[in-house]
Ligand binder design. Structure first.
Ligand SMILES: [Zn+2]
Ligand SMILES: [Zn+2]
Length: 292
């Protein structure tokens, strides 16, 4: 049997603390358990080197994004090796290999109609002269009334769009952003409503998932799955592989998750393993994130 174990990807914008290690340890234990049983194991993870928080840190220190990513990626590797972690591959999301795999996945989804282009309204800061990433917009959550970021409300757990917020401010300068039209790519999540209804119902019936995972998933399904943005205006990340849109980046929720797949392929290439033989319909895969 092949067993794939994906550990959480630490974000390369700061040092790890004990809480991170506690969250990463269960994956390592699982990997050792299956190796002892004689199974073929691939335990994979890497540093998340894309996205907004790294840009913020790089700006604050006046250095490049790559310098920040290099610094913490190296520190993580030293840390893991001194603690005896047993990753089969520990890679990073700013590598050429990962970028290529993400672009291929994006183009396949586009080709099959699961990603489509749409004109949308987006928050723009006239003062900073830029479209604002979701996390750079703050305001009042329409569901619970507390102060929230443009991507989600930490108080009530709602997934938000910056335009859902009232009393919006730009996190960079504190001014109120305006709204401008722009084009973005969207993932047709709504097309998977029936399939995911059945999938979550069977996971629930078989008791394979934790209660909180079931409840959260059921809530999203009950509210009706909404198509989600697949591109973002960001400084660093995987560029959209469509002519005229190269400046936009693949949204991290698709890009980082694809890391499990790209890391597996990278591992296969580095170790001359037949990828299809390792990862097929019988492969069992675990995604270990924190205590859940
Ligand atoms: Zn809220
Ligand atoms: Zn601003």
């Amino acid at each position: 049997m092949s067993v794939f174990i994906g550990g959480a990807w630490p974000y390369a914008n700061g040092s790890l603390h004990l809480g991170h290690i506690a969250a990463l340890l269960p994956g390592d234990i699982l990997a050792r358990y299956y190796r002892l049983k004689g199974e073929k194991v691939l335990y994979a993870s890497g540093s998340d080197c894309n996205g907004t928080p790294i840009s913020i840190r790089a700006n604050a220190e006046g250095v490049s994004v790559k310098e920040i990513a290099d610094r913490y990626h190296t520190e993580f590797i030293v840390c893991f090796s001194r603690l005896g972690f047993s990753y089969d591959i520990y890679t990073r999301t700013d590598g050429r290999f990962h970028h290529q795999v993400v672009r291929n996945v994006f183009l396949t989804l586009l080709d099959r109609g699961f990603i489509f282009k749409k004109e949308v309204e987006q928050t723009y800061c006239e003062f900073d002269e830029r479209f604002l990433p979701d996390r750079f917009v703050e305001g009042v959550c329409p569901y619970c009334g507390s102060r929230a970021r443009g991507d989600q409300c930490d108080n009530c757990g709602s997934i938000l769009d910056p335009l859902d917020l009232t009393e919006r401010t730009c996190k960079l300068c504190g001014n109120e952003p305006t709204v401008r039209k722009t084009e973005h790519f969207y993932f047709k999540l709504s097309a998977f409503q029936d399939e995911l209804d059945k999938y979550v119902a069977s996971a629930s019936a078989e008791g394979r998932w934790r209660d909180n995972a079931i409840h959260q998933s059921e809530r999203y399904l009950r509210e009706g799955l909404r198509d989600r943005a697949a591109s973002r205006d960001l400084a660093n990340g995987v560029g959209i592989p469509v002519r005229g849109y190269e400046d936009k980046k693949v949204y991290v929720w698709i890009e980082a998750v694809t890391g499990y797949y790209s890391a597996s392929q990278e591992w296969a290439a580095l170790n001359r393993v037949d990828f299809e033989e390792f990862w097929n319909e019988e492969t069992v895969s675990y995604y270990v994130h924190g205590k859940d």
